[in-house]
Each structure stands twice: as C-alpha cells, then as structure tokens.
Design a protein around this ligand. Sequence first.
Ligand SMILES: Cc1cc2nc3c(=O)[nH]c(=O)nc-3n(C[C@H](O)[C@H](O)[C@H](O)COP(=O)(O)OP(=O)(O)OC[C@H]3O[C@@H](n4cnc5c(N)ncnc54)[C@H](O)[C@@H]3O)c2cc1C
Ligand code: SF4
Length: 344
Amino acid sequence: MAVIRDVMAAFELYQPTSVADAQKLLAQHGADAWVLAGGLDSFDWLKDRIRKPKVVVDLSGVEELRGVRTAADGIEIGAMTTLTEVVNHPIVKEKYGLLAQSAEVVASPQIRNQGTLGGNVSQDTRCWYYRAGWPCYRAGGNICYADTPDGRNREHAILHADRCVAVNPSDTAPALIALDAKFVLRTPKGERVMDAEDYFIGPDLDITRLHVLQPGDLLTAIRIPSMWAGAQFYFEKVRDRNVWDFPLMNVASAMVTSGDRIERVRIAVNGAAARPLRLKAVEDAVRGQAQNSATGEMAGKLAVQGAIPLQFNAYKIPLMRNLVKRAVVGRGAGMGAQEATWAS
Ligand SMILES: Cc1cc2nc3c(=O)[nH]c(=O)nc-3n(C[C@H](O)[C@H](O)[C@H](O)COP(=O)(O)OP(=O)(O)OC[C@H]3O[C@@H](n4cnc5c(N)ncnc54)[C@H](O)[C@@H]3O)c2cc1C
Ligand code: SF4
C-alpha cells in the first residue's frame, strides 16, 4: 500500500473558552503560536505547508469575542463575529450600512458564514509568489518576483511600494477606516485601542506583516463611533468576476453634507497599496466644496498623485481616479451616494 509522507505538519491544538486563557496560551508559546479564527486564510497557509506553527490557538470557543453590542458611543463588534452576522445585524444595516455593504461583497455566502471580521482585517496578502512559498522579500528573501520585467503584477500596488508591491485584500478594511473605527487589541502589555488606519502597515514599517499584531497579541473587538451613524455612504468594489473574487480595488466613503456642500467626509481605498489608504489630502480638498462632478474630478486626480504603475497594472490609476470621484459624487446625478450604490 502506498504511504503518503507529505502530510500537513502536526501542531498542538488549543481551544480556549476565554480571552484570558487565549492570551495566556499566546504568551506562553510566542512566535510558535498561530491564532485561528474562521480558518479561511489560516488553513491555506497550513495546508500548503508554507507555515508550520507548533501551536494553534483556536478562538472559536471564546464567546466573549462574538456578537455586535451597543456601546456608550456607537457599537462594538467582537473580532470573532462572522461577516454574515455583520451584514445581517439590524443596527449595522440601519446606521453603519457602509460596513454591511463592504462585508456583503466579500467572497461567497459560505465564506462569509465562516470568515470573521477580525480575520478579514488581519488576513495576509494574496500575492501568488508569496503564497506559493517563493522566497521573496516578504518571506525573508532578497527579491520581489512580482516586480520584475516578466512578473505577474496585474493585481499589485501603484502606491507606497517599498521592495514589496503586494496589496491588502480586505473589503471591510476601507469601510472601517471611513467609519473612523477603533481596533481593540489585547497585548502582553495590556489593552491597546487604535485608529483603524493605524492597524494596517506597509512594507516601509515591516515587510513581513500587513498589520501591527505581534506574537502574543489578539484583536478582540472593533468599535464604531456614532459620529458617522446614518451618514451618506458609498462603497464600490471592482473585481474580475462578480462572485467569489478578491477586490482589484475598492473604495469607501462616509459623508455629511449641508445643502450641496460637503461638511464632513472620510474616504479610504484598498487594493492600491500594501495597506488600505485613508485619503486625507482628498478629504481636506473636498471639504467645504459642492458635491458635484467638478469636485469629484479634482478628488480623483489628487488621489492618484504619485502613483507608479508596474508593467501590468497601469489600469489601476484610472480605476482609482474614477472610484474616488464616484465616492465623492455618487454614481447618479441628483442621487445620494448611498442611494446610488444600492441602485446600481
Ligand atoms: C476563496 C476565498 C475568497 C475570498 N475573497 C475575499 C474577498 O473577496 N474579500 C475579502 O475581503 N476577503 C476575501 N477572502 C478572505 C475571507 O473573507 C476571510 O475573511 C479571511 O481570509 C480571514 O478570515 P477568517 O476569519 O477565516 O480568519 P483566519 O483565516 O483564521 O485568520 C486570518 C489571519 O488573521 C489572524 N487572526 C484572525 N483573527 C485574529 C484575532 N482575533 N486576533 C489576532 N489575529 C487574528 C490569523 O492568525 C491569520 O493570520 C476570501 C477568502 C477565500 C478563501
Ligand atoms: S509583491 Fe511582495 S509578496 Fe509578492 S513577490 Fe514581491 S515581495 Fe513577495
């Protein structure tokens, strides 16, 4: 009988039922431990034999990490809340529809039923060289296979590349940045609450990670303040296929207008860089302006300043320009941005 030797590397599985126990295990095993949420990104790495942790800490039994709760200011969503639960939650739908829209277009229903919000914002890049185990910069080597004359880089970055040109694939991340969400971390030094945009990092800060989490850290919850509840929202995702596909690029905006003037606004884009980008310069430029196509054009042009295309992704520059324009004006003339998105 044939003997199959190439099996997935063995690991010790721990299934804590409290955050405190999960933290103890992570502290005890440090860099040898892997945090398991829904498993959709995790199991790719483990089954492809690219990552071989000695210990896996499965968070699925930690009830306190699940669910959407009203908080003193806004809502708090446990990191282990599934994307389907986020999409269907009445308060999320009613007041923070931007997040519901972004979560609703993630992958397929099955993936949304299993994938968690914490996992979605903490997932790794999809660069195929890296995912296939090639020894590139991000994997500790000294070359970027995507950024070579023959490199397959259609999905890669046009902004803020630094040796690595991979992008962050999360659909919910830009929506959370536009909603000014706060990420709650439990670290060995205590609780840390940070702005959504600071949770994500580029290769200039650390080329091996897309987020700030260090061994021993847990993302426990995401808080959304009431400041943007019920604002005008716009979310658009562009992908190769309309089902089951990662974004080539997406955009999210939250806006409050007075008459036709833009009073308050936050805009973020993902798929353009290794981290979702909050477009602060664009926000500053459109604040106080009329919400019309001239303002949208100006916003789009400003957003792509400094973009450098690779061999096969020049299309991302007009794509980003147009997405940002639409995030400012909405798709249909005379239509509110949120209405325009839902009407499409
Ligand atoms: C075929 C396919 C298509 C997909 N399409 C899309 C798409 O279109 N858009 C999109 O946005 N996503 C997409 N995804 C990603 C998917 O939506 C998952 O949300 C995501 O991969 C991870 O979520 P998860 O809960 O399964 O986390 P896991 O895979 O278990 O974890 C992901 C990473 O985050 C870490 N982690 C997770 N939770 C925590 C926590 N609480 N604290 C600390 N670390 C944590 C894990 O250690 C791991 O490194 C797709 C995935 C697949 C497999
Ligand atoms: S883009 Fe980044 S992850 Fe992809 S091959 Fe280059 S260094 Fe590696």
